[in-house]
Design a protein around this ligand. Sequence first.
Ligand code: GLN
Length: 194
Amino acid sequence: RPVVGVLALQGDVREHLAALAASGADARPVRRPEELAGVDGLVLPGGESTTMSKLALAFGLMAPLRERVAAGMPAYGSCAGMILLADKILDPRSGQETVGGIDMIVRRNAFGRQNESFEAALEVDGVEGGPVEGVFIRAPWVESTGARAEVLATYGDHPVAVRQGNLLATSFHPELTGDHRVHGLFAEMVRSAR
Ligand code: GLN
């Protein structure tokens, strides 16, 4: 079974661990560089990207995260995690850095405030069996993508699921639904990268 970590500094870690376990992965929380070294792939959860970025810097995880991603470790980011995997944030808060890796620019909180959260049925390339229920909570959208990033799903005029090689990102939160097909796709990416 592939060992898949969930970055456990802040955010909806438990939900991702459960979705990964249901997808056949050996799922573990990752808080320290030694724990990162032991995983085949990593999920960056939903939550608050500024907080996660600051904690990753404080815990000495930012540099090892960038190194592993640059070396080809599969990573999947949902919502705040999508922001962390973007090469560029349109409107970063001060002190906010990203891990980067996906050639895209994201806009934080693009779909509005917490009370404007919504769900939408989305066709996602690479996910078979009908639309995925996309849960959007203060979600980012993708403002633009570079040539190497492949758009897997759009909502309105904006990409909301993107893949670049071993990296996957969604604006929405499949970990908050009972549908584990997106985590299944990621687990498969980790298996084939091993
Ligand atoms: N708005 C949050 C951020 O900028 C993301 C929200 C989420 O992950 N649900 O990090």
